[in-house]
Design a protein. Structure first.
Length: 566
């Protein structure tokens, strides 16, 4: 192929450098194969393998895709360099590792493409006695959380959800769930040529066509989505349960069993979803929003079902706190990182439970284009709430927090009044309001745009932006803003849930205080805040003795600042 054809080929194969694509000049292979640690071919092979696999392209200028070619091959051929790299990279999969040699027909430039497979389960790939990974534009030793994720991978690559349950039959499925499945399958295929035939299919034909059963035999996916509650024993030792837990002033819990096609709606109905008004300064009418968006709750819950590591035999949990919902499912985030899907541009390449995922797609429960997270991001943004957050996830479980309250009033009003902000800008500002770090170059860009002030790591919404959007008179930089936010939270909490012990208020408020404060300082801050609200604001009061000593609203309590409950 010509040089231009090769460039187009590389662009299709490896369009940009990231954790699965590397372009390197490597003009001389003599010391490039096994030379400087962290900067030679075997180090890059290790780094690619320890993520999802990918391509290392030698003979291409880093960052520009200029084809410079390999000038000196030394004594290497595609065959013997493959053997040498396999010998220098313990645990590298020999069957998947290939070297593709290309010489341009018009300029006689040599480019070698190393096709690197993903590591085998629980086997990180090493080079120079180090397991590598990419971080920005450099290689580093494998981070502890990534190593833990690799070591926790299941040894079997079989799809648990696709396995046939020999003794299960159509009689073990819920009739109402079957009827709902037919309805959802028609909805999903409303433009298909066969849509008019769906009502005439028998149940087994429907299940096979929807890729829920296999040749009329019941799969574990069929029992999860459509199985009768009494049929859950077929899935043992997996508990096959979703647990909803209320962790507020009131305490409650409930377990939900299959058919998950129906019971996820029951979980949704347990969530207390009040309605709020937001009062932007520059608008005559208030914006009305629910505390939670129905589609966000269902999207999060369906994702838990689709991506759960069922081999871990654990429940899916939905914890309802005063200010957020927390969704937890077993297993690490399976393909990439949650942030990779925020923009909606990435499509997953693999799934932990492909049979179950496809069945849920066919029943219109999820999509497999990676748009679920993106849709939740957009829904929260359009409601002016904090974005969904995966920060508390671990190699053993995915944890998603959906917020139902304000964190920073200025952030919320900025979203409402500056709807032209780019999504990546909103994501960065959201991280800052949660006291999460952002890259230095991103912070510098936000500062140049006049969106933030402060010094690392204590950034905050710029006073100029606050003034421009009508919040300048209320803007008191970090301390005043923090106090106002805390007071509004206390008032809203007491309105929603009534009299509350100080210990519970401390527990809730501690999460909203700066992380660098000690517990003693946080206790003092809460004590002073409550005292000021009682003595100066006269908005709350305390009464009772012992366990009945609680804080409550006064008759003079003002309506909350940015929020008012309908």
């Amino acid at each position: 192929m010509t040089e231009n054809e090769l460039r187009r080929y590389i662009q299709g194969l490896c369009p940009k450098e990231n954790e699965s694509c590397e372009w390197k000049e490597f003009k001389n292979l003599k010391h490039a194969v096994s030379g400087a640690k962290g900067d030679d071919i075997i180090s890059y092979v290790s780094a690619l393998a320890n993520m999802q696999g990918g391509c290392l392209i030698a003979g291409v200028k880093d960052g520009s895709l200029e084809i410079v070619g390999i000038h000196e091959l030394h004594d290497y051929t595609p065959e013997n360099i493959r053997r040498r790299i396999l010998g220098k990279c313990p645990n590298l999969d020999s069957e998947g590792f290939q070297v593709e040699a290309i010489t341009t027909t018009d300029s006689n430039k040599k480019v070698w493409i190393f096709h690197v497979p993903r590591h085998k389960p629980r086997l990180p790939v090493y080079a120079h006695d180090t397991a590598w990974q990419r971080l920005d534009d450099s290689l580093i030793g494998l981070r502890p959380e990534r190593l833990a994720a690799i070591l926790a991978e299941p040894l079997s690559q079989k799809d648990w959800t696709a396995q046939i349950v020999a003794d299960a039959s159509l009689a073990d499925l819920d009739k109402q769930a079957l009827s709902k499945a037919r309805e959802k399958f028609k909805e999903k295929n409303r433009t298909a040529s066969f849509v008019g035939e769906i009502d005439d299919w028998d149940d087994l034909t429907l299940l096979d066509r929807a890729k829920i059963s296999i040749q009329g035999k019941m799969t574990r996916a069929a029992l999860l989505l459509l199985g009768r509650n009494e049929s859950s024993h077929f899935l043992l030792p997996h508990p096959a349960q979703i647990t909803w837990k209320l962790d507020a002033e009131e305490k409650a819990y409930e377990h939900f069993s299959p058919p998950f096609l129906l019971t996820t709606t029951e979980v949704l109905l347990r969530v207390r979803n009040i309605r709020y008004k937001i009062f932007p300064d520059n608008y005559l009418l208030a914006a009305e929003v629910n505390k939670y968006e129905t589609r966000v709750i269902l999207e999060a819950l369906h994702n838990c079902i689709a991506h759960q590591d069922y081999a871990a035999s654990a429940r899916i949990t939905v914890t309802e706190k005063v200010d957020r919902l927390i969704f937890e499912n077993s297993g690490n985030f399976y393909d990439g990182r949650p942030e990779d899907y925020y923009s909606g541009e990435r499509t997953p390449r693999r799934y932990r439970n492909p049979w179950l995922a496809q069945a849920m797609v066919n029943l219109n429960m999820i999509d497999t284009l990676g748009l679920g997270i993106h849709s939740m991001i957009l829904a929260q943004r359009q409601r002016y709430f904090p974005l969904p957050d995966y920060a508390k996830s671990t190699p053993e479980q995915v944890v998603l927090e959906i917020f139902g309250h304000l964190i920073d009033e200025n952030y919320t009003k900025l979203l409402l009044e500056r709807q032209d902000l780019a999504l990546n800008t909103v994501i960065l500002l959201d991280r800052l309001q949660k006291n999460q770090a952002i890259p230095d170059d991103a912070a510098a860009k936000l500062r140049r745009q006049g969106l933030i002030e402060g010094r690392k790591p204590h950034y905050f919404v710029s006073a100029k932006i606050a003034a421009a959007t009508g919040t300048g008179t209320a803007y008191t930089r970090s301390r005043g803003l923090e106090k106002k936010k805390l007071k509004e939270f206390v008032l809203q909490h007491l309105r929603d849930l009534g009299p509350t012990p100080r210990a519970r208020l401390e527990e809730l408020l501690f999460e909203m205080l700066p992380v660098d404060l000690t517990s003693v300082k946080k206790q003092n801050k809460v004590k002073n805040l409550l005292s000021e609200m009682r003595a100066k604001d006269q908005s709350i009061k305390s009464s009772g003795k012992g366990t009945n000593y609680k804080w409550r609203l006064t008759e003079n309590s003002p309506s909350p600042g940015a929020f008012k409950k309908l």
